[in-house]
Design a protein around this ligand. Structure first.
Ligand SMILES: Nc1ncnc2c1ncn2[C@@H]1O[C@H](COP(=O)(O)OP(=O)(O)OP(=O)(O)O)[C@@H](O)[C@H]1O
Ligand SMILES: [Mg+2]
Length: 311
């Protein structure tokens, strides 16, 4: 869906993205991660031409992006970021309707779309649509930002640290919301973060950048278990704490009840740390779970292991 071929970007003669080749498949959830200044935001902004690349080619749905008009790009790619917030003098409804307004949708269609999106993001429509951004909490504002990005039903959702500066509880709630939207709507999502656990729990594929170059890309499991270089190992090694915490939890707490999966079942009484070892040994994303009586209980998903705990 989005292809980068040997793309470079220079600022003041210095390469901040170098020779980047990247394929983002339709419906895939890609997370760009890396240290500060590694070129994540620049890479994301080159996709919707907020920044123009200066070498190589970027194509979207088969077309070089420089061939697409800005309005076309905006309609087809939603964009949500942490720092540039909502328009302060516009209501929630007006903020969400930014792109539909540009596209001159009829009023009724806009109103219905705003209602639908507020419900999708668990904001009670009648309570929130007429409020101004300063009348919302930070987490509610970020929800509205995500709703705005989704408004014109874009093919692609680009998000730059959309959950930054949130408390862990709200952050987890919003992450779960995005994961649900991804599953529900099957959108292609590219998300930038520097939060390793966020990357591990949300991504189909992680792309690790350093100094403007891709160091390694792969599934969360691959990044953890087959680091290509010591840099990658150290980078993801920082999530050790999360892995250690798994020793404290039980499979029964994370099992998705009622589901079925192939393979040798594991016991619900096992610790999550033990389950992790089995995931790694078997190179699988799902394990069937049984109780002490040998009755099938459900399925443990790898993604649920690394997801933030509720408490
Ligand atoms: N408009 C600009 N002019 C000059 N230099 C820039 C500009 N935008 C970004 N840079 C530089 O490019 C490099 C990459 O920046 P970028 O914003 O892509 O990093 P990042 O990986 O998103 O970092 P962070 O995690 O801190 O957000 C940095 O060294 C930054 O200073
Ligand atoms: Mg950035």
């Amino acid at each position: 869906m989005i292809h980068f071929k040997q793309v470079s970007k220079h600022f003041a003669g210095k390469a901040v993205v170098r020779d980047l080749t990247l394929d983002i498949a339709q419906g895939e959830f890609t997370v760009l991660i890396g240290t500060s200044g590694s070129g994540k935001s620049t890479t994301l902004k080159m996709i919707n031409r907020l920044i123009e690349h200066d070498r190589g080619s970027i194509t979207f749905a088969g077309e070089p992006i420089e061939k697409l008009r800005a309005q076309e790009l905006r309609r087809r790619m939603g964009y949500a970021i942490q720092s540039i917030g909502l328009f302060p003098h516009w209501t929630v409804e007006e903020n969400i309707a930014t792109v539909p307004q540009l596209l001159k949708w009829p009023k009724n269609k806009i109103r219905d779309r705003v209602t639908e999106l507020l419900e999708l993001l668990h904001l009670e429509p009648e309570q929130f649509r007429h409020r101004y951004p300063h009348q919302l909490s930070g987490g509610q504002q970020q929800r509205v930002g995500v709703a705005r990005a989704l408004a014109a039903d874009p093919d692609v959702l680009l998000m730059d640290e959309p959950f930054g500066a949130l408390d862990p509880v709200t952050r987890t709630a919003l992450q779960q919301e995005i994961a649900r939207i991804h599953q529900l709507l099957g959108r292609t999502i590219v998300l930038v973060t520097h939060d390793i656990d966020e990357a591990l729990s949300l991504a189909d594929r992680i792309v690790l950048l350093n100094e403007g170059q891709i160091v390694q890309q792969g599934t969360p499991l691959e990044m953890l278990t087959k680091p290509a270089t010591p840099f990658v190992r150290d980078f993801f090694g920082r999530s050790d704490m999360g892995i250690k915490l798994l020793s404290l939890g039980l499979v029964s707490e994370r099992v998705r009840r009622g589901q079925t999966a192939q393979g040798e079942p594991i016991l619900a009484s096992m610790t999550l740390r033990e389950a992790l070892s089995i995931f790694v040994a078997r190179h699988t994303q799902q394990l069937p779970v049984i109780d002490e009586q040998g009755q099938a209980l459900g399925v443990l998903h790898f993604a649920d292991l690394v997801a933030e705990r509720e408490s």
